[in-house]
Write a protein that binds this ligand. Structure first.
Ligand SMILES: [Fe+2]
Length: 229
């Protein structure tokens, strides 16, 4: 399996390129509009064919590159079911497996940051956690139908029940981290360690963070897979 972690500095967003090295088929997870040229170049250099553009959720902080990637490559746009959008070629449901040659991508419904957020387990060894679980943190729950109690349940019951050695690749990082493990996050993630559901809800409901700068543009644009009107 080929696995690349790509970064957008402006929004601190990770995009993941995953490919089967035999069939050369590839998927991009959470592509960023401003980085599409970079992503296309990497695909070309590595001789890969982009089959799918996949989202963990409808983002509020950046605009997806899905439409632009489809225009350039003909890839299919896949979004989580239940999300509010009008542009998917295909929806992915909890437990569904997307097969890419020998690479298996399994959807794990992990709502809470948004109501339709999905994480992706890759070949049972790595999990793309989107904004549900960040390294030593988690996504916020105060907009886009977010719900702190639901996020607590998703992380503690769906992600923390994966094998401790599972590698954690988040949707963002703001501190310079790139990868962690489920075991490490159980031990050191202060949002969850030693907290019950109620204390997590109290913590999340009192973060008082400003809304993301791009939110009013990004959310509607992402509901159309990156069309800006
Ligand atoms: Fe997000």
């Amino acid at each position: 399996m080929l696995f690349r972690q790509l970064f957008d500095k402006e929004t601190s967003t990770y995009t993941y390129l995953i490919a089967d090295e035999v069939t050369k088929s590839a998927v991009l997870v959470d592509p960023v509009l401003e980085q599409v040229e970079r992503d296309l170049q990497v695909l070309q250099e590595l001789g890969l064919t982009l089959r799918y553009s996949l989202e963990t959720h409808i983002h509020a902080d950046h605009i997806t590159g899905a439409n632009k990637l489809q225009e350039a490559t003909g890839c299919l746009k896949i979004l989580p079911e239940h999300a509010n959008y009008n542009c998917a070629d295909r929806k992915i449901t909890d437990g569904e497996i997307l097969q890419l040659g020998g690479v298996e991508i399994k959807a794990i419904a992990t709502p809470g940051h948004t109501d339709s957020h999905v994480a992706y387990l890759i070949n049972k060894v790595s999990v793309l956690t989107g904004d549900a679980l960040l390294i030593r943190g988690c996504g916020r729950t105060d907009f886009q139908s977010g719900d702190a109690g639901t996020l607590y349940d998703s992380v503690t019951q769906r992600l923390f029940t994966l094998d401790d050695n599972t590698l954690v690749y988040p949707g963002h990082d703001y501190k310079g981290f790139t990868v962690s493990t489920i075991g490490e996050e159980k031990l050191f993630n202060a949002r969850f360690k030693g907290r019950n559901r109620n204390s997590f809800i109290e913590l999340m409901n009192n973060l008082n963070l400003p809304y993301p700068q791009k939110m009013t543009v990004a959310v509607p644009a992402n509901q159309t897979c990156g069309h800006i009107s």
